[in-house]
Design a protein around this ligand. Structure first.
Ligand SMILES: NC(=O)c1ccc[n+]([C@@H]2O[C@H](COP(=O)([O-])OP(=O)(O)OC[C@H]3O[C@@H](n4cnc5c(N)ncnc54)[C@H](O)[C@@H]3O)[C@@H](O)[C@H]2O)c1
Length: 246
């Protein structure tokens, strides 16, 4: 028996990168995992095409998953999009769009899943935050603000639902080796130099692996973390807290 045998899980953004690593990890442990993604992987019967920016789509998909699985025990709000620029650079439309996906996306999915989480004996929500929530990074005004909001939302939700037996935590990765970062590197004038700069920015000297983030999610979603709620686990090679000498 593992911690996840028969556990019913919903992962947003589970088609790529960190989300795909979470789906793999929890399925390996015996969980039934549904994927809600804009671009779901083909051939996966438990993957649904959903834009977390659209409430009616979210409600319908969450209800479909709950009916197919007989309930929902764990929600991982992982879907997210990036944005580059200072406060001077992004339009109002871009601000609304990124906040709508990165913050309200987690609100919509959690809200729709709450009735089933309340009925679960081991309910947990894990939000995918970022080092940009607490560390000031250049050109990340909008993205960092969205993840800062998700960080605060995690604490408020944890307080609201602790007496209902629903734990709410977040994982905060540093720069992780995913298709997202590959796209970022490909758009840089010198991708090799950009990669070296990103690696050097993290005290442990390399990019975070998606599987390392998935391990932290698995811990927070498991009954082993039964006394852990309202916390944010940093998986960032020390980026948010350490100031090592070069
Ligand atoms: N890669 C990093 O360096 C890094 C660092 C810190 C935090 N994060 C966070 O981790 C999460 C996953 O990032 P990743 O690097 O795996 O990215 P990714 O681009 O590889 O995967 C993101 C997934 O989310 C899906 N998605 C995007 N918008 C959606 C929407 N509106 N509705 C439904 N699905 C949507 C995409 O289709 C994709 O499958 C994001 O929330 C990101 O902010 C990533």
């Amino acid at each position: 028996m593992t911690d996840f045998e028969g556990v019913r899980v919903l992962v947003t953004g589970g088609a790529s990168g960190i989300g795909a690593a979470i789906v793999r990890r929890l399925r390996e442990e015996g969980a039934r995992v549904a994927v809600l993604d804009l671009a779901p992987p083909e051939g996966d019967p438990d993957a649904h095409r959903v834009d977390v920016g659209r409430d009616t789509e979210v409600r319908a998909a969450v209800a479909r998953v709950a009916e197919a699985f007989g309930g929902i025990d764990v929600v991982v709000n992982n879907a997210g999009i990036g944005a580059r620029g200072t406060v001077a650079d992004n339009s109002d439309e871009e601000w609304h769009h990124v906040l709508d996906v990165n913050v309200l996306g987690a609100v919509r999915v959690s809200r729709a899943a709450l009735p089933w989480l309340r009925a679960s004996p081991r309910a947990a929500i894990v939000n995918m935050c970022s080092v940009a929530a607490r560390a000031g990074l250049p050109q990340r005004a909008l993205y960092g603000a969205s993840k800062g909001a998700l960080y605060a939302l995690t604490l408020q939700m944890a307080a609201d639902h602790v007496r209902e037996g629903i734990r709410v935590n977040a994982v905060s990765p540093g720069t992780a080796a995913t298709p997202w970062v590959t796209r970022l590197l490909d758009s840089a004038p010198d991708p090799e130099a950009e990669r070296a700069a990103l690696e050097a920015r993290q005290p442990h000297g390399r990019l975070v692996e998606a599987a390392e983030v998935a391990d932290a999610v698995a811990y927070l979603a498991s009954p082993r973390a039964g006394s852990t709620t309202g916390t944010v686990v940093e998986v960032d090679g020390g980026m948010s807290g350490l100031r090592p000498r070069r």
